[in-house]
Design a binder for this molecule. Structure first.
Ligand code: BT5
Length: 333
């Protein structure tokens, strides 16, 4: 039996527990429905127990699920996930990886399909942009990378980061009620503190994209003492633990909706939303673009996703990539 057949069986067994209204599910019923022997069911129940599920067997009554572990198992995520493609291909789950983006890149090179998801409970070499580190403590964070194969010209790709930020912002709002904003181009902030960072990496020919890896790190229930000073977590902002599984499902749902819209209608219908969620528009900002630092007022996000900055001398400048910080004081990282 392959690993994927095995996880599919785990998913089907869990479905019985989650859909069942009474406390107990009869072993006979599950075995009959899934067409395997009682002995084989016992083996699979034990595999779920090994994954951390507390399942009790009571004579004459059947099995009862007492608790589920706080893990980002692919079969849990895909239960009840209503998307068509995103998260509906294989979900590669790891306790620990150097970087989910690196793993997803390897998988994409070996031909894995659009919508394939890589998740890790912790990363030992999580990456930000320009060689910076993404601190990825175990227990409470979400670290994921999604393989996309957009049939788009390379110059249209940068907007995907912005659109993904809007998708994740909406998922956060729906699942835990927090009002987050987007700091162009790839940060999600709550009250000025970073709760999520996005890293898109592509493999491209001069005018064609082979694939894109959309990676994001989200501080969900992560203890803030494990995070950099300028960071926060969703739990810290809302005083409640947030279900990482529910949030992940919502993120996949929002990404699929926005990604399909982007492919069908282009960036324009999503641009307004990105502008509305922006924390920098009409603010005084400092931009570090490669080795050049300048100040100005963020005026707009244009049709290519570039930030339009009115410089102190009155000239407008389009910024395609760079670091932006609020206020005149330069905070070069
Ligand atoms: C980012 O870069 O914000 C993109 C981060 C993407 C991380 C995900 S996790 C899954 C996938 N696999 C990877 O290897 N990466 C992606 P950037 O804009 O360069 O910001 C990096 C800066 O954010 C660091 O220099 C720190 O200042 C700050 N930082 C690091 N870890 C953080 C955290 N956990 N929470 C908030 N801020 C953090």
């Amino acid at each position: 039996m392959t690993k994927y057949q095995e996880t599919d069986i785990k998913k089907q067994i869990l479905e019985f527990f989650y859909e069942n209204k009474s406390d107990y599910v009869s072993g006979e019923e599950i075995s009959a429905s899934l067409k395997f022997s009682r002995a084989s069911l016992w083996k699979h129940i034990n595999k779920l127990r090994y994954d951390g599920y507390i399942i009790e067997a009571v004579p004459h009554l059947g099995y009862t699920l007492r608790s589920a572990p706080d893990k980002m198992y692919g079969y849990e995520i895909s239960l009840g996930l209503g998307t068509e493609t995103i998260g509906k291909q294989k979900i590669w789950y790891y306790d620990s990886l150097r970087s989910t983006n690196s793993k997803a890149y390897e998988l994409a090179e070996s031909g894995e399909a659009e919508g394939t998801l890589v998740i890790a409970e912790t990363q030992t070499a999580g990456r930000g942009r320009l060689g910076r580190k993404w601190i990825s403590p175990e227990g409470g964070g979400i670290y994921f990378s999604l393989i996309l194969r957009p049939d788009m010209e390379s110059d249209k790709i940068p907007v995907i980061t912005l659109v993904a930020a809007a998708s994740i912002q909406k998922a956060i709002k729906k699942v835990c009620g927090a009002d987050a904003g987007i700091k162009w181009p790839n940060d999600i902030l709550i009250d000025g503190k970073k709760v999520c960072g996005i890293l898109c990496e592509i493999k491209a020919q001069p005018d064609m994209v082979d694939f894109l890896i959309l990676g994001a790190g989200i501080n969900v229930n992560t203890p803030i003492e494990k995070l950099p000073a300028e960071a926060t977590s969703l739990k810290n902002e809302s005083s409640n633990s947030v279900s990482r599984i529910k949030l992940m499902r919502q993120i996949l749902t929002e990404i699929e909706k926005d990604y399909l819209k982007l492919k069908k209608e282009g960036f324009e219908p999503l641009r307004e939303e990105c502008k509305k969620l922006s924390t920098v528009l009409n603010k005084r900002i400092t931009v570090k673009e490669h080795h050049h630092v300048f100040e100005g007022i963020a005026k707009d996000i244009d049709e290519k996703g570039a930030l339009i900055v009115k410089k102190k001398d009155g000239n407008l400048k389009r910024v395609f990539s760079g670091d932006v910080s609020k206020g005149w004081v330069c905070q070069v990282r």
